[in-house]
Structure formats: C-alpha cells, structure tokens
Design a protein around this ligand. Structure first.
Ligand SMILES: [Zn+2]
Length: 605
C-alpha cells in the first residue's frame, strides 16, 4: 500500500504562479526579485491556510536559485532548488513562535544569523505566528531586525496583525493575504481531482470551498476526508453534504417559498425536519439570515457580485429574489436578526425559532395590508377583490356576514391566523350594508388584519354586546366609507391614545405600554418619539406596522411614518467624592475657591 500524502502537502505550490488567489502578492514579490529591490524583513498577514508559509518558502527558494529565469521563478533543477525541494537546505530556518516563544529560542535564532550562508546568496528566517513571541523575545529580536546582515532575510507570518508591536511593523514590508474566493478554491480542487483521477461533481467542490471560508489548507483537508469516504473515487454533492454535516441550501429556498406564501404550517414542518436531521437551531437561523441577505443582494445588478455561491445556486437565488419583494426581505432580516441575537438567552430555543418563523410567515399579510392602505387612498370607493394578493391557503375567517357567529369560534386548524377579536368601534361608524359588502368583496383584507404580535398572544375575552355586531372587525380595516380625520397633533394624540388603550386591553408588555405612554411630536408626516433605550425602540419597531396601519385608517395621512429615537435622559448625578463635593460647593459659592487658594488648602481625598 502506498504511503498516503495529504493533498495540502502533495500539492503545495512550488512556484509563485501556482499560488492560488494571492496574485497581488506574488506579482509584487516577483517584481522585487527581478529589480533586486528586496526588503530584508517581510510581514505576511492573513487568515490561516491561505498560503503565507508557502509564499515564504517559495521566496526563499527563488532568491537562492542559481539559474533564475526571466519570469523570476526558480528553475527547480539547480543544486539549491533541489535541496530546497528535499527540505535539505541549510539556508532556510523556520521557527514556530506558537511553541517556541521564549527569549532562549529567539537567541538561538539570532546566533545563527551571524554566520553567512555556505552555499547560495541568502539565509531566510521564517517566524510563524510571530504574534505569540513573548515581550522579552520581541525585544531581543528587535535589534537584529533593525540591522540585519546583508544576506539575512526575515519573513514574519501572523494571523493577528493587530497584536504585532508598532516597532516591528515599521521595520517590515507588510503583505496582506486575502481570504481565497470559494470559486478559486473549487477550481483548484477540480485540478487536483483531475490529477488524482477522482470524479467530482462541481457543486460538491463549491460546497467544500464555501465551508472552508477562504482557507485553502482547510479545503484540501476536507477534500481528502471526502475522498476517503467516497465510493469508487466519486465525489457527489449529497455525500459531501452528509460528510461535512452541512445543511443543504435547498432547505432555505423551500422555507423562503413557504414564508413568502404565508404558510406557517409548511415552514414549521420544514424546521422540524431540519432539527430531526441533527442540525443546530442557531446555525439554521444564521443560515436563514445569510439566505435573506443573498436574496437582497440579488435585487440590484451591482450587488449580485457579492453573492459567493456556485453558478447553479446563483440562478436559484436570482429566481427567488424575484418572488420576494424588498420590504419583505428587509423586515425578514430584521426579525431573523433579532431571533439570532436573542437565541442564546431564550429558555425554549426551539419555540424561539418557531415564533420567528411565524412572524416571518405573517409578514406578507402585514405588508399587503400596508400597500392596501395606500391603494385605498387612491381608489376610495372602488372595492375590488384582490385575488392575486391572497396568498394563503387557509380559509378566510368570515366570507359572509354571520351575525350569530362568535369571532373566536372558527379557529379549527387555523389557530395561528386567528386574531383575538377587537372591539368593533371602527365598523360601527359605517353603515351595516357597507361593511357587509366590504367583507364579501374583499375577504382577504379581513384576514390580513392579523398583526405580528397579536397572533401570538392569547385571545382576550370579548365584550358580549360586540360579538354579535361583526364577526371579526379589526381596527386596521376601517371601512372605506368612514371619513378620515385631518392630520394634526391633537388628532394624532387622540388616536395614539386609542391605540394604546387597545393594546393595553390585549395584554401587551410593560415596555410596549411605556413606549406608548411617551410624549409624541409631529414633524411633517413623521411621528417623532424619544425613547430611553434600545428595548423600547425594538418595541416600537415591532408594532410599527400595526400602529401605522391603525393611524392611517383614522387619519388622512398615507405617508405617515414613525421615527423612534433613543435619547437617554440626563440623570443628575449627586456629588460623591470629596473633590466633587468641593467643586459642587465652590460652584454655589465662589468665595470658597478663593479661601482655598488663600490658605493653600487641599481637598482631603
Ligand atoms: Zn534553481
């Protein structure tokens, strides 16, 4: 049996041209060699596994090559090159500062620097993970780095540039290595697969490239692992998914389809399937965020390049981004982002994600309501059935006026979509004929009154006299006949108060009630509200659609918007330390200061 050599070593690049994805560095180094403008100290920075040590070794080999080509690449045949390739050269010294970071280690290295090379022109010292050197070791090294002998070249490599002392940075020529693009990694893997006689699906290699997150060495290890697991040297997408335990991105497409269609049920079932396959809920949320982000960048041709996915996936993203509108994506990013942030502190993490999915699935309805309100403005009396907007497969709550039917009685199998009934004050203003006609004509609208937060709070007991007036008339669906009032601060405050009372009845959170009790200002068509902290701001943003929907239904202000600002109140801090107390008193009575100076007094600390 042949001795197995891992791909990362077997296919380690031996020339500058074969280095993957760092052409900006290799070109500069080649030019420096050609023009003989080589610095004596280099600092190679960048993430792990992107080719820092490899480039350092190629540089060492190239500058010692006895028949350097015109393209500034080592010949690979001369005595020096051969000894380099056999790891037998005396002109290269590597120190791993992660494990040898003491002063002694650095002194040993400096001692070697004193002797010129026996063969070849240069001695190269590579110090890996240089940020790990101790303070004393750094200091010992500094002198040598300042005045190195002409034959010595230092190459320092680090993954954490910010930990390097400025005195070192200023003495080095700095090269920043890139994370390697997943497309480049996939391409490189395809080359290797071909050389090894492995049949690999392109998508499988793309997947490895993405999982490696810019590190070629990691990608190569994953590649080896997958080849080991593969049958008949055949690398398939499905097998790689399973071996690397990656969630198939198809799931995100399916879930997004379900969400844009407003199907809570389908999204929950899919989430359950993902959990049962052993995937972590948090990783799913993060993946979903990334998915929404990818869909968002597809919205504009100039940002499509930010999509780091395979070509076939790119097509899918472009297709789906056509289906999801911008406001859905932005709101979805916000809701999912909140879910991500609060995930760790949630007691029931599964439920936490499920609630997030419910909110997301409800989004299309809320947004649709939003746009309907705008449509209502332009076509006041025209009520047309909005068939195309009715995404949901669930039956409408009330297709015909049934005076005897209680509002909460029709919740069979439709528990999520069933809003707690609200007092029907709005519809009482309209004539019964009008509202009946409205309900028949636009059933989708009645259902779309389910609000983000309400749908998740338990129904409230409804006053009996109102339950037989209307089946479920929510406040955001004011009949078209009702006259909207002029947008003034007084009217706004009145309806704001009405809204806050409704929320109070619905059993809202304390934070929400506090924010609703804050003073509001009207600036043009924007409601200004000053809040104390981010929590309150979140509370306002969470009920934003509902609040604006309600206000727009009452006020003649289609462009009404709200701007919650966090403006912490100044707290009067009492003087505490003796110095503060003295200053406080001196402010009230300036003579104290004079007294202190005249007598040469000091405050007793
Ligand atoms: Zn050579």
């Amino acid at each position: 049996m042949d001795h197995f050599v891992v791909s990362a070593r077997k296919y380690r690049p031996v020339t500058f041209d074969s280095v993957v994805g760092q052409s900006h560095i290799t070109t500069t180094l080649k030019n420096a060699i050609r023009t003989n403008h080589l610095a004596q100290a280099f600092l190679f920075c960048g993430p792990r596994g992107v080719g820092k040590t490899t480039c350092a070794r190629i540089l060492a080999k190239t500058i010692n090559c006895q028949n350097l080509g015109d393209d500034a690449e080592a010949c690979g045949e001369c005595e020096s090159c051969v000894s380099f390739q056999n790891n037998a050269s005396f002109n290269i010294h590597e120190l791993d500062a992660a494990s040898n970071n003491s002063v002694e280690d650095i002194r040993n290295l400096i001692d070697q620097v004193r002797y010129p090379p026996q063969t070849g022109k240069y001695k190269i010292y590579i110090i890996d993970e240089v940020h790990m050197l101790s303070q004393a070791a750094f200091n010992a090294f500094l002198k040598t780095l300042e005045e190195p002998p002409s034959y010595a070249i230092f190459i320092l490599a680090t993954t954490e540039k910010h930990k390097i002392l400025p005195t070192i940075l200023s003495r080095c020529q700095i090269f920043d290595f890139n994370r390697i693009q997943s497309k480049d990694i996939a391409h490189h893997l395809a080359d290797i697969a071909q050389k090894e006689g492995i049949h690999a699906e392109h998508e499988a290699l793309e997947l490895i490239g993405q999982k490696a997150d810019g590190g070629l060495r990691d990608a190569l290890s994953m590649f080896d692992l997958n080849v080991t697991f593969s049958t008949n040297n055949h690398l398939t997408y499905a097998a790689v998914l399973e071996n690397l335990h990656i969630l198939d991105y198809d799931y995100y497409f399916k879930i997004t389809d379900a969400l844009t269609a407003g199907s809570i049920a389908r999204s929950l079932v899919l989430f359950d399937e993902i959990l049962r396959k052993g995937f972590d809920g948090h990783l799913f949320v993060i993946g979903l965020l990334e998915h929404f982000r990818n869909l968002l960048v597809c919205k504009d041709p100039s940002t499509v390049t930010l999509l780091q996915v395979s070509e076939s996936a790119e097509r899918k993203y472009l297709e789906q981004s056509l289906m999801a509108d911008l406001s859905f994506l932005l709101s979805a990013l916000s809701i999912t982002g909140q879910c991500d942030i609060n995930y760790k502190s949630a007691k029931n993490q599964r439920l936490h994600v499920e609630i997030c999915l419910m909110k997301l699935a409800n989004l299309p309805q809320v947004l649709q309501l939003h746009s309907l309100a705008a449509v209502d403005e332009t076509a006041k009396k025209k009520v047309e059935p909005q068939q195309s907007l009715n995404h949901t497969a669930t039956p409408p709550l009330a297709t015909a006026p049934q005076p005897a039917a209680p509002a909460n009685g029709q919740s069979n199998g439709n528990a999520y979509a069933n809003a707690p009934a609200q007092p029907a004050t709005a519809s009482q203003q309209a004539s019964p004929q009008q509202s009946a006609a409205l309900q028949q004509a636009a059933p989708s609208r009645l259902k779309s009154t389910v609000s983000l937060t309400q749908s998740l709070t338990p129904p409230v007991q409804q006053p009996a006299k109102q339950s037989n007036a209307e089946p479920s008339a929510d406040y955001a669906t004011v009949p078209n006949g009702a006259k909207r009032e002029e947008l003034t601060l007084a009217n706004l405050q009145r309806f704001w108060y009405e809204f806050s009372q409704k929320r109070l009845q619905a059993g809202n959170s304390t934070t929400e009630q506090i924010t609703l009790n804050r003073e509001i200002q009207l600036n043009g068509t924007t409601i200004e509200i000053a809040l104390d902290n981010d929590h309150q701001q979140d509370a306002v943003m969470n009920m934003r659609y509902e609040l604006l929907g309600f206000l727009k239904s009452r006020l003649d202000a289609p462009k009404l918007d709200i701007n919650p600002r966090v403006a912490p109140q100044e707290v009067n801090r009492l003087p505490y330390t003796p110095a503060e107390k003295f200053n406080f008193m001196a402010e009230k009575n300036p003579y104290l200061l004079e007294l202190k100076q005249a007598l040469g007094l000091d405050v007793d600390f």
